[in-house]
Design a protein around this ligand. Structure first.
Ligand code: ADP
Ligand code: ZN
Ligand code: ZN
Length: 740
């Protein structure tokens, strides 16, 4: 019977980023083991903490554990994962541990509930009256209230604040006004979390490529050995059917499986396919669920009642005890990177976890990340290819339209003549079209034609976007909004005009050119309301609209059989961003969007508008030539030594005073001393100022950054403290996926 326990206290603080030894009072001995949540004396107060399997050396002045709060929250194997996460992504142990704790245990005992659900409390009429009043004086409060008025059943606090770009103080002010209240939990268990009718019909017969993939994957599952597969299948090639068979094989073996999909693709359509096959074995985990539903799902998984877990990246940490297969659909998606501590990349974590569990790992994609395909070429992942669409359907034909020529021919519309004609055809035949533009709002920026001033956010160095629906100028970075200018704030001129194009303007243009067409728009603005996303997609799939205009929300995973035309309004939007992944992202997005066409009986076509038709991202997307693009991109990566040719660690400092950010990084580089790595910077970030903070960065590159990570772990506590004194914040991003 051990008498000592190694406890990690639940506090993010450099001084507590290690375990402390406590003695175990005899009356608690039966309950204290790895995974027990405890109350412990710490300096002059009590803290909660977690018992770990670490060695617990006796030290002088031992104090006893005061109480047991919960048991069996994690296993020694989970703890191994926590240690690895903290080491690789340079976060605190407790930050990593929080990833695997059940949703409601993180801050309270499992029986206590958090007040994390916000509901509107005013009658709709009063609410709208207050909204009008707030719109002028307190825009952040107005946004929160407006979102809640649209969601009478309320929504989770964290999601509300994040989506509306508002701070907790705005919410508090609304509570003081009596307009909203905090409650303990969300609405009753939602349908999506429950079981579905099992489909009784027989399974589709696999085509030879699918059969080969399934047999390779199931062999690993049956032998209970780790093996990583890259399932490279064009859009519509039947990858999901392969996932379903792999999951069935895991269940047969008495194990379970985890399927990650990008949050945005967690549509009812996607869930339906899994629920039809596996019924109540399916559990769903994602951030849109209320705390109560999430906890209920977590419990079902832990108790072994649900063994097929579907979710966004955090579902990797589901308490599935026997895992036979882990699947990442659309493995190249940047959504698999968590952009806050711990800044993990789900693909890397999945490899670690699959190894731990002796499970098969399936990375599926039509456009694998260059890093992933490279691993497959090197033989570290086994390549399984589904080169053709199911049922012999052709990939859609892509017509590239050079917008420079349109302009020269006197067409100043945002629609080329080819796109207008194609839309006209589709509407006349009673088919459907999707128009894609990855930017919301009406126009991109507002300019004074007298003095040249571009209206910018006062908190960021970014142009404000005009939103016509709400008649406001909006900063897409910090959420700041204001009334549109009538006169120039600098020279007083009235020659203020908006330029560029967002989804609102595309919608307006369709309405102008085709007044009879029924148009729906799906973007961050229209989908903000709870349930709106599903409503819009549902209406479109029931053919309640002819044209769907949208941002990347329309690009992922949707399967509409009547869609015969995809219009890409501007393929160049993200192509020239100062980000090493800009080319790849553009190619992937174009392929994905194009893949939405021609999924039914009607063949599909794509009209792609661009100012740079010869760019590799566009020329390769036109031919659906993944491998050609891969080769070009790979040689570019080699030239600039980006992954897969090196690992990258991106360290950033942000401060209200630019000099503080620069100096903190310069000091850090100096303290790290000579290292066998390439150091770029300190230099200003491509987006220098965001939310009143100036940002600088250093990029470290090397073929093995283990040593750098160790040195950073040693220096960071002191450097963060030094930063705090200067008003600067340090952040470390290992395996970054965004450089903006
Ligand atoms: P992907 O995930 O690769 O885009 P899907 O799995 O969505 O492709 O498959 C496209 C369509 O083909 C789906 O409607 C699916 O039900 C169907 N399908 C998949 N495999 C087969 C098969 N072997 N026989 C018949 N239909 C299939
Ligand atoms: Zn002016
Ligand atoms: Zn801003």
């Amino acid at each position: 019977m051990p008498e000592l326990a190694a406890v990690l206290v639940d506090q993010v603080n450099p001084g507590t980023n290690r375990v402390f030894t406590y003695s175990i009072p005899p009356e608690l001995a039966a309950r204290v083991r790895c995974g027990t949540k405890v109350k412990v004396p710490f300096q002059q107060r009590y803290l909660t903490g977690y018992v770990t399997p670490e060695p617990a050396p006796a030290v002088p002045g031992l104090r006893p554990i005061a109480a047991v709060l919960a048991e069996d929250l994690f296993t020694p194997q989970d703890w191994e994962l926590v240690r690895w996460l903290a080491g690789r992504y340079l976060c605190h142990l407790v930050e990593a541990l929080r990833l695997i704790l059940p949703p409601q245990v993180r801050n309270a005992g499992p029986t206590e509930r958090r007040m994390d659900w916000v509901v509107p409390t005013l009658a709709p009429q009063e609410g709208r009256a207050l909204l009008r009043e707030l719109e002028r004086r307190a825009p952040a409060q107005a946004r929160l209230l407006s979102a809640l008025l649209a969601a009478p059943e309320g929504m989770p606090r964290a999601r509300l604040l994040k989506e509306q770009g508002a701070g907790p103080e705005s919410l508090k002010a609304l509570i003081r006004r009596g307009a909203v209240a905090l409650r303990e939990e969300g609405p009753a268990l939602e349908e999506e979390a429950c079981g579905h009718e099992l489909s009784q019909g027989k399974l589709p017969e696999l085509n030879p490529a699918q059969a080969q993939a399934v047999s390779a994957i199931t062999a690993a599952i049956r032998d209970e050995r780790f093996e990583a597969f890259l399932l490279h299948g064009v859009t519509g090639s039947g990858k999901t059917e392969v996932y379903l068979r792999a999951l069935a094989a895991a269940l047969e073996k008495g194990k379970g499986g985890i399927v990650l999909v990008p949050e945005i693709a967690l549509t009812p359509q996607t869930l339906e396919r899994f629920s039809q096959r596996f019924g109540s074995e399916v559990a769903v985990l994602h951030s849109g669920l209320s705390a109560r539903v999430r906890y209920a799902e977590w419990e079902r998984i832990r108790q072994g009642r649900a063994r097929v877990v579907i979710g966004a990246r955090s579902a990797l940490f589901a308490p599935l005890r026997r895992t036979g297969v882990i699947i990442l659909d659309e493995e190249q998606e940047p959504a698999y990177k968590q952009e806050e501590n711990p800044r993990y990349l789900a693909r890397e974590v999945a490899i670690f976890r699959a190894r731990q569990d002796q499970a098969a790992l399936v990375l599926g994609s039509a456009t694998p990340a260059v890093e992933t395909y490279f691993q497959a070429e090197q033989g570290r992942y086994r390549l399984l290819a589904l080169p053709k669409r199911v049922g012999g359907r052709p990939l859609p034909e892509v017509q590239v339209v050079d917008m420079r020529a349109e302009l020269m021919a006197g067409n100043r519309s945002i629609f080329s003549r080819a796109l207008t004609r194609a839309l006209d055809d589709v509407l006349r035949r009673g088919e459907q079209a999707i128009l894609f533009l990855n930017r919301r709002g009406y126009s991109t920026f507002v300019l004074c034609r007298q003095c040249g001033l571009v209206a910018a956010c006062p908190h960021c160095d970014l142009a404000l976007t005009l939103h016509n629906d709400s008649r406001r100028l909006v900063c897409h970075h910090c959420g700041f909004t204001r009334e549109p200018y009538r006169t120039c704030p600098r020279c007083g001129s009235r020659l203020i005009r908006d330029f560029g194009c967002g989804t609102e303007r595309v919608e307006a243009e369709v309405a102008r050119l085709f007044p009879a067409a029924r148009v729906l728009r799906l973007d961050g603005d229209t989908a903000g309301r709870r349930g709106a996303y599903d409503e819009i997609l549902g209406a479109f799939s029931r053919h309640k609209a002819d044209v769907l205009v949208g941002t990347q929300m329309v690009a992922k995973g949707l399967d509409f059989t009547r869609v015969s035309l995809i219009g890409i309004i501007s393929a160049d939007l993200a192509l020239h961003l100062p980000d090493p992944y800009a080319w790849e992202r553009t190619f992937q997005l174009l392929e994905q969007v194009a893949g939405r066409a021609g999924r039914g009986e009607v063949p599909g076509r794509v009209v792609l508008q661009t100012y740079t038709p010869d760019h590799p991202s566009i020329a390769c997307a036109k031919r659906h030539a993944y491998l050609d693009f891969y080769r070009i991109e790979l040689s570019r990566r080699a030239r600039y030594r980006y992954p897969p040719y090196s690992e990258v660690v991106l360290v950033r400092a942000a401060a209200p005073a630019e000099e503080a950010a620069r100096r903190l990084l310069a000091d850090l580089v100096a303290r790290l001393g000579p290292l066998e790595v390439e150091v770029e910077g300190p230099a200003p970030c491509p987006l220098l100022k965001v939310g009143d903070h100036f940002r600088w960065q250093v990029i470290f590159k090397g073929t093995d950054l283990e040593c750098l990570r160790r040195r950073l772990a040693e220096e960071l506590p002191a450097m963060s403290a030094a930063g705090q004194r200067m008003g600067a914040r340090l952040s470390v991003d290992v395996d970054p996926v965004s450089y903006l």
